[in-house]
Design a protein around this ligand. Structure first.
Ligand code: ZN
Ligand code: ZN
Length: 369
């Protein structure tokens, strides 16, 4: 099923269930799974910001929609901090009422500019999973740089990907009719290690040049912003690897460096223990989870509802929210859709792109030339 089909299946399901039944579903799901709702966001942007092709849409929410979603959640759940959530899960004593916590991945600067003031004003605790090697830098993360390049000149980029052996011509053909640059982005991200990604980006930049003007808005938090938010008492800082590496694509030693190294770097700069970790792209498998345990994290968060039975606290499910995730087909905010998204029922309806077994690691960088 394509993305459009899945979207209709989801909203259809929500509308059939209706608001009353989906609210009951929340209570049922939180009762049976005894799991709080952990929401994941990426970027929060200005309301008036025009949509641009260079932006990965499911990573964005406007400030207005962000507040609307928070208010909706706040009427049904009690907000807790990530530390409170963690120690409660560790104790095994379930929460008596539906409980929610808000998280942000990556640590974009707009989290400080647009989300933090809202959270502070409403007194809602939240957490941000950051990438220490990126904090305070002028560059953008690999996935953003890659998407900028792919959308800038898709025909030229496509040639580079085929020349490098990263995509075969028939794989490019299969992506026809969908958002081709986005399909290519997903393909490259899920098949390349960080080293492979660096080579793909270098080859594309060599051919297309660097367009630094479009990097605005893709900048990270600074250490000072992070320290200020931490001091404010509302924000907990967690780790998201050293360089935003998708761990299932990395060797054992790189995985350990990305996870343990990130924890040490953050503890060193911020002076507090770092207990929480979020898997970049939600990608985990048995080996990844073991490594995150060895790296000294007590809690880790995914982007789906699959769990590793040996390490339930290192595979805590999250529901990702963005601008359109709670809208009905007519583009209106729908409580029924919001209930389904937050209850995790969509996960069971449409599945997950990962298998979470043991992923065969690339023995050498995947890029051929
Ligand atoms: Zn991320
Ligand atoms: Zn999954």
């Amino acid at each position: 099923m394509n993305a459009m089909g899945r979207a209709h299946l989801k909203t259809g399901l929500a509308l059939v269930l209706g608001v009353t039944r989906t609210d009951r579903l929340i209570r049922l799901m939180s009762g049976t799974r005894r799991l709080p709702l952990v929401v994941g966001y990426h970027r929060v942007v200005d309301d008036g910001r025009p949509r641009r092709a260079s932006i990965i849409a499911p990573m964005l929410v406007s400030r207005r929609m962000f507040e609307r979603q928070l208010d909706w959640i706040g009427r049904r759940f009690r907000f807790v901090s990530l530390d409170e959530l963690g120690s409660r899960l560790e104790s095994g004593v379930p929460f008596e009422t539906p409980t929610a916590t808000i998280t942000f991945d990556d640590g974009y600067r707009d989290m400080y500019e647009h989300a933090y003031p809202v959270l502070k004003r409403k007194g809602i605790p939240a957490a941000v999973f950051v990438v220490p090697d990126w904090i305070g830098r002028a560059s953008a993360l690999y996935h953003d740089r890659l998407y900028l390049l792919l959308t800038r000149d898709w025909p030229a980029s496509r040639e580079v990907l085929i020349d490098l052996g990263v995509m075969r011509p028939e794989q490019v053909l299969m992506a026809r009719g969908s958002n081709e640059p986005f399909a290519a982005l997903r393909h490259v991200l899920t098949t390349q290690s960080q080293e492979g990604l660096a080579r793909v980006i270098a080859a594309l930049e060599e051919k297309l040049g660097i367009d630094s003007g479009r990097l605005d808005g893709l900048r990270p938090l600074s250490w000072a912003m992070l320290a200020e938010m931490q001091r404010g008492g509302v924000i907990t800082v967690g780790s998201h690897t050293r360089t935003h590496a998708i761990l299932t694509r990395e060797s054992a030693s790189r995985m350990l460096e990305e996870t343990a190294g990130a924890r040490l770097a953050l503890e060193d700069r911020l002076g507090t223990p770092i207990k929480h970790f979020a898997y970049p792209d939600g990608a985990f498998d048995a080996e990844t989870v073991e490594t995150v345990a060895r790296a000294g994290y007590r809690f880790a968060y995914t982007t789906c509802h699959h769990r590793d039975r040996r390490h339930p606290l290192l595979t805590i499910p999250r529901s990702l929210l963005w601008e359109n995730s709670c809208l009905d087909p007519a583009g209106r905010f729908s409580a029924a859709v919001a209930s389904c998204v937050t209850s995790g029922i969509f996960h069971f309806a449409s599945g997950c792109r990962y298998r979470h077994g043991v992923t065969p690691r690339p023995v050498a960088p995947m890029v051929l030339r």
